[in-house]
Design a protein around this ligand. Structure first.
Ligand code: MG
Length: 219
C-alpha cells in the first residue's frame, strides 16, 4: 500500500450510501483531484457533474472517466447494454500531481465485467480505502460484511465515514466489531453546498486526522 502521495479510494457499503457527497467532502478538504473511473447512469450528468457543480471544481481538478455507461445499472450490465465490455486494463491510476480521490461504482462485490469485481480492482490499485456507510438501521451488517471482505483481500482501510443522521450507538459498535475508526460523520446538510461541507470538515478536525494518517512513518 502506498500512503504517499495522498491517494484514497472511496468505497461504499451499498449503492446510494453517499459516496459522491463524501468524495466531494474529501476533494474539497484535501484539495484533491477527483476521478470516477466507472460511471453507470448519465441521465442526471453522472457523479463528476454533481461534484463539479457542488464544489465549482475547475477542469484541472477532475479526471475523465475511463468508462461512462448510459444506464444506471451495475457496471457489467450497463456496459453490455451499451454494447461494450469493461477492460480492467483501462482502469490503471492516471498520472496526477497532488492528492487524488477515486470514487468507485456501487459496493465491493459489484461486477465490473463478467469475471472482475470491484474488489478485484481495489486489490490491483493497492490504495487505502475510506469506506462510506449509512449511519442508521442496516449499517451494522453491511459495514461489517464489507470490512470482512476487505480484510480477507488484504486491502487497507483508513476508516469509516458515516453518512446520515447521527446515531447514538452505531459508531461505537462499528468501531468495536470492525476494529477501525469512524473518521467522520456527515449529517444531512441543508443547504448542501461547498460552504456547509467546509464547516463540517473544520468542525470535525479532518485536516489533522488525514495529515496524521498520511504522515510519513519513520523507521
Ligand atoms: Mg456516486
Amino acid at each position: 500500500m502506498t500512503l504517499s502521495p495522498l491517494r484514497i479510494v472511496v468505497c461504499g457499503t451499498d449503492t446510494d450510501v453517499g459516496k459522491t457527497v463524501v468524495s466531494a467532502w474529501l476533494v474539497q478538504g484535501l484539495h484533491a483531484t477527483y476521478w470516477k473511473p466507472v460511471q453507470s447512469g448519465l441521465d442526471d450528468g453522472g457523479d463528476r457533474d454533481r461534484i463539479c457543480q457542488l464544489l465549482n471544481l475547475p477542469p484541472e481538478r477532475w479526471l475523465r472517466e475511463a468508462y461512462a455507461f448510459r444506464r444506471p445499472l451495475s457496471p457489467h450490465w450497463a456496459a453490455e447494454c451499451d454494447g461494450q465490455e469493461l477492460d480492467p486494463g483501462r482502469l490503471g491510476l492516471p498520472p496526477c500531481n497532488g492528492p487524488l480521490v477515486v470514487e468507485t461504482a456501487g459496493g465491493l462485490m459489484v461486477p465490473l465485467n463478467r469475471s472482475w469485481l470491484q474488489i478485484d480492482q481495489l486489490q490491483r490499485w493497492q490504495l487505502p480505502v475510506v469506506l462510506v456507510a449509512r449511519s442508521g438501521l442496516g449499517t451494522l451488517n453491511h459495514t461489517l460484511l464489507s470490512l470482512e471482505a476487505l480484510r480477507h483481500r488484504g486491502i487497507a482501510v483508513l476508516g469509516l465515514i458515516l453518512n446520515g443522521p447521527t446515531h447514538a450507538d452505531n459508531p461505537g459498535t462499528l468501531e468495536q466489531f470492525g476494529g477501525i475508526p469512524v473518521l467522520a460523520q456527515l449529517p444531512p446538510l441543508d443547504p448542501l453546498d461547498a460552504h456547509a461541507l467546509d464547516r463540517q470538515w473544520r468542525q470535525q478536525g479532518l485536516s489533522t486526522k488525514f495529515r496524521q494518517l498520511f504522515a510519513p512513518t519513520r523507521s
